[in-house]
Structure formats: C-alpha cells, structure tokens
Write a protein that binds this ligand. Sequence first.
Ligand SMILES: C[S@@+](CC[C@H](N)C(=O)[O-])C[C@H]1O[C@@H](n2cnc3c(N)ncnc32)[C@H](O)[C@@H]1O
Length: 574
Amino acid sequence: MRSYRGRMGFIASGWVGRSGLGRKLSSRRRPVDFEGFPEPELEGLPDSELTRLRYFRQAHSRNFEAHVMSMSLPHTRTETEPIDIEDLRPKRKKLRRGEQVEVNITELASTGEGVAKLDSGMVVFVERGHPGSRVVAEVFNSRKDHAYAKVISVVNPSENTIKPICKHYPTCRGCKFQDLKYSAQMHEKHKQVENLFREYTDIPVFPIIGSDSPFQYRNKMEFTYGTKRYHPDGPPAERPAGDEFILGMNAPRAWDKVIELDECHLMPEPGTEIFNLARDLTRETKFPAYDNYAHEGFFRNLVLRFASNGKGETEVMVNIVTSFTDAEQMLKLVAEKLVSKFPCIVSVMHSMTTSKGGSTVAEKQVLLHGRAYIEQRLRGLVFRISSSSFFQPNPGTAEKLYKVIEDFAELTPEHTVLDLFCGTGTIGLSLAGSCKHVHGLELVEAAVQDAENNATRNSIFNATFKQANLDLTKISPHELDLPKSDVIVLDPPRAGLHPRLVKWLKLTLPKRIVYASCNPSTQVRDVNRLCEDNGPYRLTKIQPVDQFPNTPHCECVVALELREDYKQPSEFYA
Ligand SMILES: C[S@@+](CC[C@H](N)C(=O)[O-])C[C@H]1O[C@@H](n2cnc3c(N)ncnc32)[C@H](O)[C@@H]1O
C-alpha cells in the first residue's frame, strides 16, 4: 500500500467524485503547512512573483497546491509577463440552481448518478445519466466544486440504454439502473472498485462476479405505509394526514410521502401478489396508515422475506410493522386470509414499534401464524432466518460470495476462524468443515440464536457463537475477550470497522484477514488503515461481487496477508 503523503499531488489537484473517500481521508491526513509543495515547479520565476506566490500560499494554503498543480506553471515565463494572482484562483464557475448544461456522462458515481466533468473543473452528478450518453441536465443543487442535476433531454443516448420493465420506473428509485444493460452495470461497478483501490494499491481487481438474474433476486423487501402520495412531477396534491392509505417505497427527498406501488420486480414470485393482497386486507381493516409527519396512525411497514428451503420450496415470511395498539384479533384475520391464498407463507409476524425514525426494528413481536423463522438452503447447509436477523439479500450471489471467502481464507484443519459480524452464522458455518473451530460474534441476539440453531440443524459441532457489540466506542476490545485465531473473516455493516477494532486486529495479528463488505468505500479506508505506513498487512486479492443488480451498490471481498517481516512497534505493548 502506498501512503497518502506521497500522493498529495493527485489528491489536491482534483476532487475525487466517485467515492468522496480520497478527499475525506486525504484532507484529514494532509499536512497543514504544505511541506510537500513542489518548489521546483516555481523555478525560473522572478523574485517578485515568488514572493507574491509564497504570500498567496500562506494566505490560501488549503487551495494553493491545487491551483498551481492545475495551472501547469510556465517555466519559460519572463520578467515581462508577471503572474496575475487572479489567474491562480480556481477557474470553476459555480453553477446556478435551475441552470441547464449539456454534458457528456463518462462514468457512474457510487451513489448511482452519472458523472460529468466540465472544462471548468466542475463535476456534475446527473440523476439517470448513463455513461456514454450526452444529455441536457438541469441543476437542482449547486456546491462550490460540484453540482447535482437531473436529465431534461437526451442528446445522444448511450448504446447501453434499454427499455425498463417496471411501470413504476423512474418514480420508484428501488432499481435505479433498470434502463441500463446489466453488462454495462457490472462494467461500471467493476470500474468503481478499481478506482477506489487504485489509489492505494497496484494489484489487479478480479473480474466482477455477477448475479444470475438482474430481477427477482431480492429475498427481503421493506415497504412503507403512508398517508401522502408522492407525485414525481409538479406540486403534490397535499391532503390532510390520514386521508389516504398508501403502500410502497419512501419517496426521494420527501420523507413524509410514499411512492404507491402495485408491482415490484426485485422480489421473487409470488411477491407482487402477496404485496397487493396484504395492502388490500390491511386497508379493509379501516385502521389508518402511519403519518410520518404527524406521527399518528397504525400501519407502518410491510416486510416480505423469501427463502428457498432444503427441499427447494419457497418459504415466505410476512412481517406487519405497526404502532402499539391492541389489534391482535384483527391482524390474525388478515394473516389467515393471506395464508389461505398463499400456502408458501409459513410465518406471519406482528412487530410493534414506537420509533419515530422509520425503523422496522420491533420493540414487541407477536407470532400471528406458523413459525417465527423461514429456512434458506445455501452451500449445502440449511439456515434459519428470523425476522430481525440479517441474511445476504441475494441468495444466488451469496453462494458465489461465500465460495470466494472460502477460497481467500485458504483454511487448513489446524486453523481457528473468527467470524466477526456473523449474523446467522452463515459464513462461519460454511467454513467449519475446513477448519478446527469457528467463533462467531454478532450484535443481534436473535441472529446469534439463529446461528446456534443453524449449527445444530446442520450437525456442526466445531462452531460457537456469542452476542457482542463490535462498535467499540464505549468498550475496549479486551473487554470483549475475543478469541485468538489464525484467520479472521469480517463482514461489517456499511459503516465498516470501528478504528479500535482495526487497532485490535493490528495487535492480535491473525495470519490472514478476509474482509467482505457491501460498501467498498469504507472497506478501502479500513484496508488502508491495516496496511499503511508499513503496517502489518499486505492486500493480496480483490474480488467485486454484484449482489445488488439495478442498484448502485456492490459487494467486495479482499484478502489481507500478515507480512512475514512485520515487527510490532513497542508502543503497541504500552
Ligand atoms: C453485512 S451483515 C453480515 C452478516 C453475515 N456475515 C452474513 O453473511 O449473513 C452485518 C452483520 O453485522 C451485524 N452488526 C451490526 N452492527 C454490529 C455491531 N455493532 N456489533 C456486532 N455486529 C453488528 C448485523 O446485525 C449483521 O448481522
């Protein structure tokens, strides 16, 4: 890994639009006195100009290097051509809100917008802008060095543009890329991972592994009830709270409104039919939908989970999330009607919450029908999933992802594995056959219970699981009493690893770390923390996996090897 210090030129000379990561990290690490500024660039300038430039450097040190880098100073300048300080100011012209620009989209940002770079240096993020297209876009949000815009008209379409299959596109932002060929989506995601890692390593990124299908792959969908319908164009017809009963997706930048849906192609069948029936049955109860503005109402979310069990049959869990009200009998009737129409529904849960933040995490749960879990077959094992447990959202690519993790782990029967952020134990249990012992740690108690049941269910006796909070803000890793291990598998949530956990890894020094992440931006940050400044680890493999077709998200697995010549600094023992 290269250190940031040696790469100041790049960092200061351009805004890293793809991830924002480089900018964030570099500004934190950048020395404030600009020791690294390349004085030789100024050779040949008259003394008077040098004095002015140095003064300017002091006064504007945050931007100075960027200015000089971008203006490519003329070494041939003569005494008669004095530099105008104004020339050194950034050339970027801030775009105005409502301004229209015609731009070429060159790539996709990790947030899903098309990226266009203007001659002025300004970066424009264009909603629904496809790489390879030329569009007229209207700015709706403008910052000093970048702006956000939406497509007004397409001048030249990208050759990868296709007809979207869902009637709710583009209002529903659930699958932003469904009008972009799947091969082009994969290409862009691969490029994003390459760009992120290219800043820090020279090792090649393996070709991205794709999903078998870009649709009907998602095994969990969370829908929202609301009282105000979202209208994408024109002013919304506002109605009094509680007047409508809508089920669909949260609206972009309008948190109190809901995009009404009656089909969703991300869910496997019969997801859409279950969704429609559940909406009709809950509406018939005459209990109101929840108003996210007034914080009143009853029905809050409908969560559908799908699995393919050991016999290859579809199992569905319906979780109705509501406010606290005694409505058990009424909801049992809803559950009965759902199950009589769809026998694949093996579980109907009622979750109650007082949260004002739109969370579906329950404070109280009641089982309305069947069992409190569904079962999914993966890598020859059968896993139990309860309503609050995490499970990889695309079981088809999860098979491939776990195979990559197994390959990268290079286990022997002598190895002990620590599976951190283990969820229902899926990764650890699929590795248990190749090692001596697996220890799994996970925050959610129900997931830990699922993991223990999964070990028993699959007759695996060399795996143990423990509840632990790996957000080490308040406690030290020593208090967690983490077991010593040869290989550590990490699969954290999008925020990545807590810095104290990284420090603990640098102290405990497992032979190998396999790090899977659904957010390569935070992953690359953590990997760099483990490798930078002659750190203990060396990045050896990078494998992107597209778990989330039609969305901007991408999974990535990396392998890190303990450097043989690594000597732990003495301050670690202090
Ligand atoms: C991306 S999932 C991975 C789960 C599992 N490895 C799998 O493949 O199914 C991240 C897991 O981290 C857990 N988690 C989130 N925050 C945590 C924390 N502070 N401490 C421990 N586990 C946490 C979540 O509950 C979730 O199960």
